[in-house]
Design a protein around this ligand. Sequence first.
Ligand code: HEM
Length: 469
Amino acid sequence: MLGTLFLGGFGVLVYFIFRYYRYVSLYPAGPVPLPFIGNLHKIDVKAFHSSLQKYGEEFKGVYTVFMPIPYVQINDYNTLKEAFIENGDDFIDRPVNKSMQETLTFAPYKGVTFSNGDNWIVQRRTALSILRDFGMGKNVMEEKVMVGNIINEVLFGFRYKDAECAPLMEYVSRSNELLDSFADSPLLMLGMGFPILTELPIIGWYTLGRYKAVAAKAILQISAFVVANVDKTLENYHSDDEPTCFVQAYKQRMESNEFLDLMNLYGCCADFFNAGQETTTITLLWAVLLFAKHADIQEKLRSEVFSVVGKDRLPVMADQSQMIFARACVLELQRVANIISMNGPKVTSRDVVIRGKKIPAGTWVNGDIHYLLCKDPVFENPEEFQPERYIAADGKSLRKELVERTVPFSIGKRACAGEALARVELFLGLTSTFQHFRISARPGQIIDFHPIPGGVIRPKHQTLRVEKV
Ligand code: HEM
């Protein structure tokens, strides 16, 4: 009797394992997963990019990591282009996933970053068109860029005075807390993989509930900030008045498009705030550390700023055409201070074949830009900080083949919606900082380049020496 039971159980197990690996074989081959947990036991959830970098040494192009759901990784530039550009329409959507939508968003499926389909098209197109009307990425933005709370001004039409920045700073630290709380969350990944688990008593708490509780607290504060500012901005606004900021311009368009409503407006503002506030600031923090370490590069940048801009005015975007070295510095900065641990997740809208490998419909896909910026073979000695690598032999132009492959904003239709603004912020932020300050390590100090673990790769706090130039 016992023997029959044992044999029966063993048979079921073998059948289950057989079915599991047959399912695994439907995806581009990668590291061998274990049933139920996939490759999670080998992945450092605090630093996805490091684990993926290790896998990248073995698997090139397209491969699958099971987390525990199949998550296809693309880590070669031409393959990424084939997927996100040539087959762009198949890689547009974000995953429809309860755990992700309920823990990370202001309002599930609203706004730009996490919405899909027609709603996403309308939100993104409208947001970009309004931002362009307000001069995103153009000279008009220049004087605004020089203050930290530019996004606040663009969205809501006012900027916080230094002394009154508390709500803004509170918002930023809540967003960071939210991201950090997810950095150590293998059980959340399990819940994402098996949504059924999130519905069960007790198990549901460990795989979703407790993260939702953290998120709810943070999102509540984030939402309160966004809602209060949107409402304040609309208080005395009438649709026939000339809009003075993003929120008013959006409100004006609400009458002509059913997808433009108040929840989507809140969602868009939260998205632009979240995606736009810390990304450029953190990149500039890395810049300070990198240029402090490489004094020769800092001096070269400063001497270009002095020769083109001088000391009596701030740099403007028009200076760029004469500042090849500064442009190379921005590119190299974004390549090395590569702050996004994992690109925004996409999901395939139908079965699609990339580099001869089939990716079934509904599969999560990561265009691994982190790996590309660190490891693309076009970058010689990629671990070194060398802005000169971008400058062509004529000394006057940039090497197009390298510029094309520097992809911190990702590529394709879902690429960063704030790229133009970020480029202005980085160029002006970098050049004006070193126009005014010489930054170096303190005597005997070794600058720490090990990042704080998390979704956005941030440097540790450390004190440097700053001299007015
Ligand atoms: C150094 C600065 C920045 C970097 C490296 C960066 C990078 C990225 C990346 C990798 C994505 C995901 C793209 C994808 O899923 O394929 C993204 C999305 C996004 N970014 Fe940025 N970003 C930066 C600055 C900004 C700024 C300043 C804003 C807004 C003012 C912004 C707004 C957005 C939005 C709204 C999305 C979602 C786009 C969508 O889903 O359609 N970003 N960004």
